[in-house]
Structure formats: C-alpha cells, structure tokens
Design a protein. Structure first.
Length: 503
C-alpha cells in the first residue's frame, strides 16, 4: 500500500516539474521578442529640437531624456501596446501611442511640444471710451480712455496710434501701462483718428476699432509771447482768460511774434541755416513760411526786431547797418536805408500811414544808442535819444504816429554781457517833446527792469516784460494803464513769458 502511494506521489511530482519547466520555457521565448521605440522631440511650429525632454512609457519600460538634437531611443521594449509620454518644464505634456508586434521592430515617433503659453488667452479687444466717436469742439489737450481685460490676468501694455487729416504722419506712443493717455499740443480745426493696440507679451497684438475726434476752430487770440522751454524759445498764443496753446514747437527756437489782423498771419523770427530769418504762419501755427532771403542780423539776435506794414503786405527789417523792405510772400526785397556812420540798426517801428519809420541804432556791443524817426527816403525827422550811455530799445509807435514807446537803462551801465540794471519804459510825444517815465509812475520794484513795451490795441495800456536785473531770472508779462492817475498798478498777465504782442 505504501509502495503504491509513493509511486503516485512520484508521478505527480514529475508532472508538476514538467509543467513548470514548460511554462518557464514559454515565458523565456515570449520575453525575448522585443523591439525599439525611437523618435525626436521638437518645438511646435518652429521645429526647433528640444533637449532634456523626459520620455517615459506606460506600461513602464525605461525613463530617458532627449539629446541636444531632440532625439531619443528606448531599446529592448517587449511586444505590446504603449503610451509614450514627453515632459519638459514650460511645455505642455505630449503623449503618443506605440505598438510593438514583431521581434526587432522599430517604431518611430515625433513629438511637437507647445509651450505653456499656447493655452493663454489674448487680451480682449480694447473698448474706446472717451472721447466718444466723432466728438467735436475738443480742446488742444485731449484725455483718451479705453478698457481691455485679460482672462489670464497677464499684465497688459498698450500702444496708441494717432493720425490726422492734415498730414500723412502717424504718431505712435508705446509702452503705455494705464488705460488712459493725454494728447497735448494738438492743432486747431483738425480731425484726429486714434486706435489702441493691446498686448499681453504672449499672444498676437489686439487692435481696437478707430475713433475720430475734432478739435475746436482756431480762436482769435490777441496775445502772443515767448517762453523758454529747455534750450529753445517757444511762442504761445493766448486769449484774455489765459487759455493758451503752443504756436511753435519746442524743437526750434522762435522769438518776436507779431500779429497782423489785415494779413491774418502771425510773424516771428527763427534761426534757419545758421541765420535769423523772418517767418509767417497761420493763427494755429500751421503753414510756416520763410519770408526773407537776406537774413536779419545785428549785435544780438534776441534784441533784433522788425515791423509789419499796417495793411499786412510788407515788412521792414534790419541787417547790420542796412534796413530792408520785403513783401510778405518773400518777393521784392529792397534796400531802403543805410546808416551813415556804419552803426547797426537793431530795431524798427513803422507808422500806420507808412510815412514814418522809427529806428534804434547802436555799435557792435549794443551801446552808443540812437533812437530817431526817418521818412521813407531816409531823411531824419526827429531824434528822440542819443549821446547816452547804457542800453535802450523796445520801439513801438502809436496809430496816429505821434507817440513813441521805448525803454532805456537810466543807470547808464555798460558791460560785455549787455546786462541792464535799471531799465524804464518811456512814452515820448513827438509833437510836444513830452516824456513820461511809465515805469516810475507804475512803481517798478527795486532790482527789476522793464523791457519790450508795446501799445495795447486801444492804446490805453502798455504791455511789457518785467524781470530781475540779474539777467538770468524768470521773465513775466505785465500791463499798466496810461491813465491820468498819479500811479498806475501793474497787472500780471503771463508767467515765464516775454517779448509780448497784443493786437
């Protein structure tokens, strides 16, 4: 009985060993059937190879990284279906399928990875808020406002594009962080077109629609004056309430504005080709036109002055010891007077009826001054000031030609820098020889000088520049009445301003 049981046990043991051996043999055969997965990883769109990309599979085989050329290879991959995953910081994970069915099979894969920003949303289209489309009668300083959002809360920057209906220029204002911007120094009577471009630095720029606004018509400003801005003088145009705009740009040096209502133009002096020339422009500052071919010249550009004819058709102006006449269109330049002693003509004024010209002459340093009146053929009609020491100038003549405004440094001081210590404004009557010290009557402050006097349009007042006698302090424009009071108070009109004109 025991022998029978032992025999049965042995048979079962042999059968089990045979079964296990068979199974192990089959596993070894299947496990030896392996293939290769290889491929390359590139950047989406540009096909730029991506290095150091982590490559893994599911089911798990090996974990490897791409080389500098973006390639990878996984060897000894058992037969089966796999998901192959590519991962790299800053990029969206990519998964491709691979199926190994035969021994030694190679499966080639290409991964095109997109950066994380590929899922980023662009900004919303900017909504233009203010001014409304087709707004009119806008000031020369306009505040623009708009709205734009970003779904990913990316910081936005904006670009402002501006065109107008009078030129082909496109003004571009970039890197605007706020959703508003103020346009300044615009021109009167001009249509402006503006558009906003939004950027999140990731997606393509987003453009708004284009809005239009129009500035108000050209005002009939009566005041013009000069302010120093940076290294250049800028001419401003202003009304009685002090609402002003830049008549000339700060990129060029412009002085001595003179308005002529008959011509409908404002004239001024400007450096051109290294010389001082006479220009005209429309009341809004547009269409600047150089009148003179022979320049203005003298001992000091800031002291040079010229005059319109009352009908606005001609100018007279100085060039060293000569006085020229020229038509406003630049034609007909004519020499009309030359000094006999070679002294420089620095300033001139022209009577309304055209019969008299007031001149101020001086030597090369600005001194040895003479102020006198001539007729159109050069005869001296009246000498107002001569044989004195010190600076003088600031000529203007009344409508009837009977009164002359001028200024003179009563201290008689002279030096190389043409500094003035105690310059007063005087009103001289040609018919009676009466002389009134307007500065003294209006109580000029100690240490100050009065220069650049001009009659008001009704000749009841005088507009002028008051400044410290140190020669470097700020200049301001005042007016005083020519009434019969014992003293007249000074009224401040414009700060940081000089060379006034009131027409």
């Amino acid at each position: 009985m025991n022998k029978y049981i032992n025999t049965v046990f042995l048979v079962l043991k042999l059968t089990l060993i045979t079964f296990l051996f068979t199974q192990c043999s089959e596993d070894l055969v299947v496990g030896s059937e392996k293939g290769i997965i290889k491929g390359v990883v590139v950047k989406h769109s540009s096909n730029e190879p991506l290095a150091h990309v982590k490559i893994t599979t599911a089911p798990t085989t090996s974990t490897i990284f791409t080389g500098s050329d973006g390639s990878f290879i996984i060897e000894n991959v058992p037969i089966g279906d796999y998901s192959v995953k590519a991962e790299l910081n800053g990029y969206i994970m990519e998964i491709n399928g691979a199926n190994i069915v035969d021994y030694g099979q190679e499966v080639s894969l290409v991964f095109e990875m997109k950066d994380d920003n590929a899922l980023n949303s662009p900004p919303s289209i900017p909504e233009l808020l203010s001014p409304i489309n087709n707004a009119f009668d806008q000031a020369l300083s306009v505040s623009l406002a708009w709205k734009s959002t970003d779904a990913d809360d990316d910081p936005l920057t904006f670009k402002l594009l501006v065109k107008n209906n009078k030129s082909d220029d496109i003004l571009i204002f970039e890197d605007i962080k706020a959703m508003n911007y103020t346009l300044e120094n615009l021109n009167y009577g001009t249509s402006y077109f503006w558009q906003i471009v939004a950027s999140d630095g990731i997606n393509d720029d987003v453009y708004s629609e284009t809005f239009k606004f129009q500035t108000s018509n050209i005002p009939h400003n009566r005041f013009h004056f000069v302010s120093l801005e940076g290294e250049n003088h800028v001419i401003y145009s202003s009304n009685e309430e002090g609402v002003k705009f830049k008549f000339t740009k700060e990129s060029v040096n412009s002085i001595r504005p003179r308005k002529n209502n008959s011509a409908g133009l404002i004239s001024f002096l400007r450096i051109s080709d290294g010389n001082t020339h006479l220009y005209t422009a429309k009341p809004d500052g547009s269409d600047a036109f150089r009148v003179t071919q022979i320049p203005l010249a003298g001992f000091n550009n800031n002291e040079l002055d010229y005059a319109w004819s009352s009908n606005g058709s001609e100018f007279i102006y100085p060039n060293y010891n000569k006085l020229y006449k020229v038509n406003k269109d630049g034609s007909g330049t004519q020499l009309i007077y030359t000094t006999q002693d070679g002294s420089f003509i620095t300033e001139c004024a022209w009577s309304t009826d055209g019969s008299k010209i007031v001149l101020k002459t001086n030597n090369i340093d600005g001194y040895n001054v003479k102020i006198f009146v001539i007729d159109l053929v050069g005869n001296t009609l009246k000498t107002i000031l001569e044989n004195v020491s010190g600076a003088a100038g600031g000529l203007d003549i009344s409508v009837d030609g009977s009164k002359i405004l001028y200024c003179y440094d009563i201290s008689g001081y002279q030096n190389y820098s043409y500094r003035q210590l105690n310059t007063h404004i005087f009103l001289y009557n040609i018919l009676t020889d009466e002389l009134i010290d307007i500065s003294e009557k209006s109580k000029i402050p100690n240490g100050f000088i009065d220069i650049d006097p001009r009659f008001s349009p009704n000749e009841a007042e005088v507009i002028f520049t008051q400044t410290s006698n140190d020669g470097i302090s700020r200049k301001d424009i005042y007016k005083i009445s020519l009434g019969n009071d014992e003293s007249e108070s000074r009224v401040l009109l414009f700060n940081n301003a000089w060379m006034p004109d009131w027409e």
